[in-house]
Design a binder for this molecule. Structure first.
Ligand code: A2P
Length: 334
């Protein structure tokens, strides 16, 4: 580690935290010193970074002395407890949890969409929910070209979005199924192997889940469209990595599929894979490991004048979490 910043990663042993270490290394983020934190359970474990083996420490009130940039992905409760302490110690926090996302004083940033928002930060910048990031990326160029009137989004979300315990549960249940053994449900509310669970996060009184409400509120905040009509359904699927979202949009101005392809292809961070004759469209297994979001199945809505359907897939540990967080840090140091 050479010249650069003193960086902390809180939740360094988790799915998003360990991907953050990978992305910091891949993007050559200027790190002078890296401190890795997790809970008591992981204290003493080691993680790899730039050829070094770093010891994981238990996070505590004293962890942030001298830290300049702190990435948090240890859950909302941990962010609520420790992010203010990190800010007090002089760090800027890039928070992956939902703790501060809807706080009017906290920018919620997707660097390709609203980089200007980081300027107003008071110590914390939030990175959106992983499904929000993948959904909002193609919405931005469509809105700029034709103004969004209504969005219907249905997600197919990978188990790693729920953290390493989600990954372990799908693997364990799949192995048990292959051996002909009974499947144990320990983490998700139902069996996830060979199943779909239309329930992510708690149910609210109106019948929507927390994940669906986050998607609505966060997309509105990022696009600065507080009244945008959005109708969400979020579903956990037995896929290890990458979230897929089936999106239907209605726009004020007409947009042909051909024009939409051009708009998506020109937008940074988006790529178009849309060649039905070649069976070419985005899928989780091919998008996993990539930083861009991929759009395909772009077609006119048959039931609506200014309607368009498309399918967008993004690696939610990368663009949906770690890559977006590191891009935010890159904006902060620019
Ligand atoms: P640990 O490995 O000690 O459990 P994921 O989202 O993949 O489940 O990962 C969550 C991350 O947040 C892990 O690094 C986990 O550390 C960390 N974490 C969970 N609870 C706490 C806590 N109370 N204090 C600090 N880190 C925590």
């Amino acid at each position: 580690m050479g010249a650069g910043y003193v960086v902390a990663v809180v939740g360094a042993t988790g799915a998003a935290g360990s991907t953050t270490l990978t992305i910091l290394e891949e993007r050559k983020f200027p790190v002078r010193e890296l401190r890795c934190y997790a809970s008591e359970r992981s204290a003493g474990k080691t993680v790899a970074f730039c050829g070094d083996s770093l010891r994981v420490e238990q996070v505590g009130a004293e962890a942030f002395k001298g830290v300049e940039i702190a990435f948090f992905s240890a859950g909302s409760a941990q962010s609520r407890e420790y992010a203010p302490l990190a800010v007090k110690a002089g760090a800027v926090v890039v928070d992956k949890s939902s703790a501060f996302r809807m706080d009017p004083a906290v920018p919620l940033v997707v660097p390709e969409i609203n980089p200007h928002a980081v300027k107003g930060h008071a110590g914390i910048v939030a990175s959106p929910n992983c499904t929000t990031v993948v959904t909002v990326m193609p919405l931005k160029p469509l809105h700029d070209a034709a103004r969004l009137r209504r969005v219907i989004a249905t997600s197919y979300q990978a188990v790693s979005g729920a953290g390493v315990r989600g990954v372990e549960e799908l693997r364990r249940q799949t192995l048990a199924w292959a051996r002909g053994e009974a499947l144990k449900v320990e983490f998700f509310p139902h069996q996830i192997a060979f199943n779909l669970i239309p329930h992510i996060d708690k149910f609210a009184e109106n019948g929507y889940t927390g994940e669906e409400i986050k998607l609505v509120n966060e997309v509105r905040k990022i696009l600065e469209l507080p009244d945008l009509a959005i109708s969400p359904t979020t579903v956990r699927v037995p896929v290890f990595t990458a979230h897929s979202i089936a999106v239907n949009v209605e726009t004020e101005e007409p947009v042909t599929p051909r024009r939409a392809r051009e708009l998506f292809a020109d937008f940074p961070g988006l790529r178009v894979w849309d060649e039905p004759a070649q069976n070419r469209y985005p899928m989780p297994v091919v998008v996993e490991g990539q930083d861009d979001c991929f759009v395909g199945r772009i077609r006119q809505d048959l039931s609506l004048a200014n309607g368009l359907n498309f399918w967008v897939v993004g690696d939610q540990l990368r663009k949906g979490a770690a890559t977006n967080a590191v891009q935010i840090a890159e904006l902060l140091i620019r």
